[in-house]
Design a protein around this ligand. Structure first.
Ligand code: SAM
Length: 252
């Protein structure tokens, strides 16, 4: 899978793309990430990418022409590399990346959306700064995604969250193929949060690992985990529990 990131701060991605599971995904070529700055397409001697808002108001707004020129340059680079880049040829990447605007006004990122994004061969993530984007950028994107109901100073952390969550779904990226299957929010969990996990020591400051997990009775362990997953979903996320209950009611 290939991500292209439009960002004024490509250097923010250096450590992220070289570390841990994402770093391994990049090294194994399961994941390709290219960052490009709209500053390359900036206006005038100072390569300005922002300007004051029409109608007045505080702060600066990112220009539509610089962002779209950056997206089109990334598409052109991908197309010209297509003949030699086996990963892109193999996935029959379209000439235009699927374009996602990172914005607090977008659809909230959840696991279902992550799965949809991870199934695409090429995705462009557009990171804003300042007061955000000229509204006309929206005519050149395919969807808008938010990391949550809060405001970041820039879209880079949100873009990293998308890349991180997608990379662990790519074939061969996680050591244990099952690791991404039985986690909170994954389809196999049937709308439940994951059950509690324990490791050694068996007792820590009076807190004991439940007996049932230590006796090797796999049927009993599965039943315990299921009951715990249900209990904690009801307690912690009544919204998820209600959605699951409604979906099950419709199935009957
Ligand atoms: N004025 C904008 C608004 O009210 O919608 C917010 C601008 S924010 C300070 C600057 C940039 O950070 C945004 O253009 C966006 O790319 C990014 N950003 C901020 N919060 C975000 C969130 N919750 N999810 C995704 N991106 C976010």
């Amino acid at each position: 899978m290939r991500f292209e990131v439009v960002t004024l701060f490509p250097e923010l991605f250096d450590g992220f793309l070289a570390t841990s599971i994402v770093g391994r995904a990049v090294a194994s070529k399961a994941l390709h990430v290219r960052c490009k700055s709209p500053r390359e397409f900036g206006i005038g001697r100072h390569r300005n990418v922002d300007d004051t808002p029409y109608g007045g108001g505080s702060g600066m707004v990112m220009r539509v022409d610089c962002i779209v020129a950056c997206l089109e340059a990334l598409d052109a680079e991908a197309a010209s590399e297509g003949a030699t880049d086996a990963a892109i040829v193999a996935t029959e990447a379209p000439p235009r990346a699927h374009r996602i605007l990172m914005t607090p006004q977008g659809a909230p990122l959840d696991q279902a959306r992550v799965q949809e994004i991870a199934a695409r061969p090429r995705v462009a993530l557009i990171c804003g700064r300042y007061e955000g984007f000229d509204e006309r950028v929206r005519a050149s994107v395919d969807e808008e995604v938010s990391l949550g109901d809060f405001v970041l100073t820039g879209g880079e952390i949100a873009a990293m969250a998308v890349i991180d969550a997608c990379s662990r779904l790519l074939p061969g990226v996680l050591g244990n193929a099952d690791s991404s299957v039985s986690e909170s929010h994954s389809p196999a969990m049937d709308g439940l949060l994951e059950y509690p996990q324990y490791t050694r020591p068996a007792e820590y400051r009076g807190l004991r690992v439940p007996e049932v997990l230590q006796n090797g009775n796999h049927a009993a362990i599965a039943a315990y985990r299921r009951a715990e997953a249900e209990r904690r979903t009801q307690e912690r996320r009544p919204d998820l529990w209600a959605r699951r209950t409604a979906a099950r009611g419709q199935q009957k």
